[in-house]
Structures are given as structure tokens and as C-alpha cells.
Design a protein around this ligand. Structure first.
Ligand SMILES: [Cu+2]
Length: 142
């Protein structure tokens, strides 16, 4: 019993030590929005890389009612990440586990606005990846 309590205390202490280190990993929120590149085929394309604990870029801008191909991949090797947008009202609704190679997510946004993208992974009692900075914005403009 005593050992268990000791282990628990050590783990709690370790958590306190580790959290600020993760926080220092986060990127600034003040990144410039990246406008998707319109191809000659009328498809707008943009790449997003997810890592600990960020998306780069974390704010993308796309035009409404034009198809989008979002290419997504993971930067790190060991920590799992995903990318989620839950805005069916705007035609954007996906949840994709990131891999080391690019995967393409296709959708056509139907409504202007700003929609959150985020990673919902979370390790044990640590803050979720979203809380640690893995979130961003898909901005749909007219
Ligand atoms: Cu993540």
C-alpha cells in the first residue's frame, strides 16, 4: 500500500515537471493565415503538418463552394495525432489519423465562417493535445 502511494506521488510530481516543458514546445498563435493555392483545375490545395503540439500552418483560408484538397501528415514518429473538423453545417466534417506520409482530405466548404480544427488525443491525465496547442482554424471566405 505504501509503495503504491509513493509511486502515485512520484508520478504526480513527474507530471508537474513535464508539463511546462511541453508548454514551451508550443508555437505562437500569431501565425499568418495561409491561403490555399488555387490550381488550374479549380481545386484549392494546402498542406498541414501536425506535431508536438502544433499544426503548421494553424490557420488556413479557403474559398466557399470550391473543392479543397487538404494534404495532412505527421512530423514526429512516436506520438499519435489526428486532425478533426466537425462542421457539417459548412460541408466540412472529418477525423483523420495522421501518418508519416501525406494523406489527402477532400471537401467542398459550403458556408463562410471560421471552423476549428484540432487533435483530440490525450495521454492519461495529461492535458489534451488540443489544450497543448494542437488546434487551428479553417477560415472559409466568399
Ligand atoms: Cu495530437
Amino acid at each position: 500500500m505504501k509503495n503504491l502511494r509513493l509511486i502515485f506521488m512520484l508520478l504526480t510530481f513527474a507530471t508537474l515537471l513535464v508539463q511546462p516543458a511541453f508548454a514551451a514546445d508550443q508555437q505562437s498563435d500569431k501565425e499568418e493565415p495561409v491561403v490555399a493555392t488555387m490550381g488550374e483545375d479549380g481545386v484549392q490545395r494546402v498542406d498541414i503538418v501536425g506535431g508536438e503540439y502544433y499544426y503548421k500552418p494553424n490557420h488556413i483560408v479557403v474559398k466557399v463552394n470550391k473543392p479543397v484538397e487538404l494534404r495532412v501528415k505527421k512530423a514526429g514518429r512516436f506520438i499519435p495525432h489526428n486532425i478533426i473538423v466537425n462542421a457539417p453545417e459548412a460541408g466540412i466534417d472529418f477525423k483523420v489519423e495522421l501518418k508519416s506520409d501525406f494523406q489527402t482530405i477532400s471537401f467542398t466548404p459550403t458556408k463562410a465562417g471560421k471552423y476549428a480544427m484540432y487533435c483530440d488525443h490525450q495521454l492519461l491525465w495529461f492535458a489534451s493535445h488540443r489544450e497543448k496547442g494542437m488546434e487551428g482554424i479553417i477560415e472559409v471566405v466568399e
